[in-house]
Design a protein around this ligand. Sequence first.
Ligand code: MTE
Ligand code: MO
Length: 383
Amino acid sequence: DPYSSDPERHPVLRVNNLKPFNAEPPPEILSDSYITPSAFFFKRNHLPVPQVDPASYRLHVEGLPGGTLTLTLEELKTRFPKHTVTATLQCAGNRRSEMNKVKLVKGLNWGIAAISNATWGGAKLRDVLLAAGYGPEVAQWARHVQFEGLDKDVTGTAYGSSIPINKAASEEGDVLLAYEMNGEELPADHGFPIRVVVPGTVGARNVKWLGRIVVSAQESSSHWQQNDYKGFSPGTDWDTVDFRSAPAIQELPVQSAITSPQDGAALDRSADSVTVKGYAVSGGGREVIRVDVSLDGGRTWQVARLRSADQPDAPDLPPLGRAWAWKLWEVTAPLPPEAQELEIVCKAVDNSYNVQPDTVSPIWNLRGVLSNAWHRVKVKVRE
Ligand code: MTE
Ligand code: MO
């Protein structure tokens, strides 16, 4: 069993698939803390967790004129300044289960918690690329930076993906070769000893157990870059889909969801009010500027309080275009007097005034990715 050496996991996680291991925390845990404790951070593995010996670990940086730069773990930690970045990671398939309700899609049936927030520590990819010979000459032809994991399938094919060179090499891109998560060594499930953290970019590009970096004129040729993690029209089905016709997902659209109360919960009339909590985040460093909440299915709205100010771990006001971390929000509102059932809805707005679509059908796609419609939960009011 190639999965027999997988690490132990926290029993509270909701397992979507055991081998490979895929799990998300109960949603209310997400809004309990701005930084998601690593044990509760969602886990998305395509393959068995590789066992990497830190002493013999090597990172290969290829494709640059000087030839391959090979670094030990120790060199990565000592030759380059350490940076920390608080960034939210979200799987492209987060909230896929809502698409499944419209029409069946292919993929793990994620709820709303295939998303988490952590503080990552490591070397900047930019610094490592510069040390390996990246410069204006290379910028003439280089377009992508490819990443390859040390996790392999039975045929020996490794997990891989790529990001645009502009993101990888820019000072403001904040892309890390992370060896720390939440102040500790990276856990096995999250990529020990090194993972790429690409803030503002879909989870799939944040390659774990990183073995190889290749600077190239081409995108990664891996299955996960070419034939997966792409969006399509609701009218496209498996007979007509042409994966070459759509770009690989990089930056994610604006997203929000209600973590509490949960669908099907019962509220007491005697409580008079209801507190609604959730998360909101956008892609590409765009900052969430507002979250609207409705208790009546979207007829009337109020503005939620963004909790960033009272979060000790929240970074200072992020520089424009570098809002990498989610915002937790909450709103307490009086219970509508007559209502026996509430349909609570949330939607977020980012600083480009991007908004979420109101329903799932128009954004449905066969792979169930980019599921970011208004989030709706129905709760009963008990007299
Ligand atoms: N990297 C490797 N090497 N292997 C993987 O299976 N899964 C990707 C990405 N990086 C994956 C990987 C996907 S699809 C996601 S959403 C994130 O890792 C999940 O990261 P996490 O498990 O730390 O939450
Ligand atoms: Mo993912």
